[in-house]
Design a protein around this ligand. Structure first.
Ligand code: MOS
Length: 749
């Protein structure tokens, strides 16, 4: 990169976030701020049992039913299935229910309070069928609750031959079993939509969502209407974390069905309890590891059985499982790897996308297992890692050759230096031997996270981004990628401004509206910056090429010359637009059948260090300090990037130590923020974020993905630290005070 470019750079500067002012002043309009004339309010009547057959629906007394709009499965104009990967999940159950929050009847009325009273007055009589609630019961086919064998999806990754290794006499074999719990996304703004629907105009929905085109696709099927009759508009969105990836298709369909039948605009906003109980959460998981290592501490074989609980319907389990599978063997080189992965059905509400997409689950298991293997070898956790870190030219579990400059040992050294790891490790060991009731520990995790859709995913998506320049020279980015608090609009504007050498203020990002933006794919999978950002960059450069090709703009230009060129071009030819479509970088090859090859265009690499204290009287485990070191390619916006890491670490702290879903017969029993405990500001440690920047040649301005990465490392690092503090190698999360008490016994004198 030239000196001149670095100086003029907009990329790498903490410019004001595009929608920041509107959010701070309250001008930003979220879906619940929207009111349309004649709008009525919708509510959902749900199943009362986990699994059963619907016998009868009665509408109780004391409700003016003729004033209400009532929708059941019979009112659906098209297909009664939420179109995503499979068509197994109904919008409204008609005969069978498969989880305790399954929607059966929809109601709407102008009076919110009446509609709530009516909801409680609907009596659904269900003949119960035997349910399945655990991974083990489902895998053992205690009951078949989905398909032929309760399996939504399975993958097999085979590298080398693990079977030949087990009988060798020069290896040590270590086995382990690890579990992770469900986790609620806890975006600040709950799910909500407003819908207008009628035969003349078709269906329009406004809502809080990550993926407008997913909703668009689902509504086409639900209403059996041509695509131009369906319009989906994203309203300002208060967080997603994966939780608004698939569920908005459900709630949008519900509001639209009520609008279709009533002829009036319908708003549905979930309250916190309904949102927590009924919408998707992170997949619980069970991972078994069998690892063979040579006496000199080199991985010889890894056999990994990774199973996730998908809940009652397929939703996105296949892709969550896929990412979890590919990350299950981590940033280590091992010549022989077998990963058997499976997503199974239970009678809980479907589990879904949540930041990290299965990788936090499988990485938790792997990192705990790596610590266990190191112990068996009598090596330090760090020395064992150093001997096995993957290096440039080596292959991952899917035999992807790492072509990036990767230096995990360097990141580890940096993280240790910033955290004072070695000094603290020694000091805590000495102090913990004393009589104090507060024990301390420091631990770490080393990991990677792939950016973009897995395998051929991006090729199938064929994402498109547009850029339009108006006659005054302002540049508008047209993409379906949503701003959900993570900074999409800001970084897109930076990338385009940088590419065109214009001021940041000259670039705006249009609101995602399927009537006016092309499909740049879903806002998921750490793809927005690296994949879609690259398309923003090339679409922006397309504008410049058009102007230069027309002889209106010189190679080097000022902002005024740019404006003048845009003015002249639009006068002569009308709208000045440029589109860019995804093309895989060269040499990215993936075999979907064998599950082998280049799983991701690039990985982000990281080492996280956590320091904890464990109080042996209260059994309170606290994270006292946290260092997050990562290599993410070029950092587009240092404040937003650090914010992504800090937020992810906070979510990881909750995942590890606080957030426990209490399941009762497949239902979340603690669906309130008073009893589902998430970390508050007081529970989040100082988080010191450090970026190493190795520009990635195929990313915009050299950037890679960042969004999911910080979710992967905290839990294993924290449990490793708890292990030093307590001497117990815990193997499950969330690790609650009651778990610590049970294991550590009564430490009071
Ligand atoms: Mo998603 S878990 O929003 O990639």
């Amino acid at each position: 990169m030239s000196e001149a470019r670095q100086q003029s750079s907009i990329v790498g500067r903490p410019v004001p976030r595009k929608e920041g002012r509107a959010k701070v002043t309250g001008a930003a309009r979220y879906v619940d701020d929207l009111t349309l004339p004649g709008m009525i309010y919708g509510a959902t009547v749900r199943s009362t049992v986990a699994r059963g057959r619907i016998k009868n629906i009665t509408f109780g007394e004391g409700v003016p039913w003729d004033e209400l709009t009532v929708v059941t499965a019979r009112d659906i104009p098209g297909a009664n299935a939420v179109a995503l990967i499979l068509l197994d999940q109904p919008y409204l159950a008609s005969e069978f229910v498969n989880h305790p929050e399954e929607p059966i009847v929809l109601l709407a009325h102008p009076d919110k309070h009446l509609v709530e009273r009516a909801r409680r007055a609907v009596l659904v009589e269900i003949e119960p069928l035997p349910p399945v609630f655990t991974i083990e019961e489902s895998a053992a086919k205690k009951e078949i609750v989905w398909g032929e064998d309760n399996t939504f999806k399975s993958y097999l990754v085979e590298k080398g031959n693990v079977d030949e290794v087990w009988s060798r006499d020069d290896v040590l074999i270590v086995e382990g079993e690890y579990r992770t719990g469900a986790q609620e996304q806890l975006y600040i703004e709950t799910n909500g939509v407003v819908a207008v629907a009628n035969a003349d105009e078709g269906v329009t929905v406004w809502g809080s969502m990550q993926c407008p085109y997913y909703v668009h696709k689902a509504l086409i099927k639900l209403f059996d209407l041509p695509e131009e009759k369906i319009r989906v508009i994203q309203t300002e969105t208060g967080g997603g974390f994966g939780g608004k990836e698939e569920y908005p298709s459900m709630i949008a369909g519900h509001a639209a069905l009520l609008a279709w039948k009533s002829g009036q605009p319908v708003k549905i906003i979930y309250d916190r309890a309904e949102d927590m109980a009924a919408t998707t959460k992170r997949h619980p998981s069970l991972t078994r590891h069998r690892t063979a290592v040579t006496r000199d501490g080199k991985l010889a074989a890894q056999e990994i059985e990774f199973t996730v609980d998908g809940g009652a319907y397929a939703t996105l389990s296949a892709v969550v499982l896929s990412r979890g599978t590919i990350h299950a063997a981590g940033p280590y080189y091992c010549p022989n790897v077998r990963i058997n992965a499976r997503a199974v059905a239970t009678n809980a509400p479907p589990h879904g996308a949540f930041r990290g997409f299965g990788a936090p689950q499988s990485i938790f298991a792997l990192e705990r297992q790596m610590d266990k293997v190191a112990r068996a070898l009598d090596l330090s956790a760090e020395e064992f890692r150093r001997r096995n870190f993957i290096r440039e030219g080596e292959t991952t579990a899917t035999e992807q050759i790492i072509r990036e400059k990767v230096d995990m040992a360097g990141l580890l050294a940096r993280a240790f230096e910033l955290s004072g790891y070695e000094e603290k490790r020694g000091r805590f060991a000495r102090e913990n031997a004393g009589r104090g009731k507060v024990k301390r520990g420091i631990g770490f995790a080393t990991f990677m996270h792939g950016a973009g859709f897995t395998g051929s995913g991006e090729v199938f998506l064929q994402s498109i981004v547009g850029c339009e320049a108006s006659s005054d020279g302002r540049v508008h980015i047209l993409a379906a990628s949503t701003e959900i608090g993570q900074g999409t609009n800001t970084i897109f504007a930076q990338i385009a401004a940088e590419a065109l050498k214009l001021d940041y203020d000259m670039v705006e990002v249009s609101r995602p509206d399927t009537a006016s933006v092309p499909n740049s794919g879903p806002t998921v999978a750490s793809r927005t910056c690296m994949i879609v950002g690259k398309l923003v960059e090339s679409a922006a450069l397309g504008l410049r090429q058009t102007l230069q090709g027309a002889g209106l703009l010189a190679e080097v230009y000022t902002a005024d010359e740019w404006r003048e060129a845009c003015r002249r071009h639009t006068e002569r030819h009308g709208a000045l637009k440029s589109f860019s479509q995804y093309k895989a970088p060269p040499d990215v090859v993936w075999d979907d059948g064998k599950y082998r090859g280049d799983a991701y265009g690039a990985f982000a690499w990281a080492v996280y260090v956590a320091e904890v204290s464990v109080d042996l009287v209260t059994y309170d485990a606290r994270v006292e300090d946290f260092v997050a070191v990562q290599e993410v390619g070029r950092v587009i916006h240092p404040v937003l990037a650090a914010g992504q890491i800090e937020g992810g670490v906070a979510q990881g702290v909750g995942y590890a130590l606080y957030e426990r879903v209490a399941w009762r017969e497949g239902r979340m029993a603690n669906s309130q923020m008073t009893n589902y405990i998430m970390p508050t500001a007081l529970d989040v440690p100082p988080i010191r974020v450090h970026f190493e920047e190795t520009p990635y040649p195929y990313g915009p301005a050299g950037a890679k993905g960042i969004g999911e990465l910080p979710m992967d490392g905290p839990a294993p690092a924290i449990l490793s630290a708890v292990e030093q503090a307590t001497g117990v190698a815990f193997t499950h999360i969330p690790l609650m005070p009651e778990d610590l008490m049970k294991e550590l016994g009564d430490a009071r004198d």
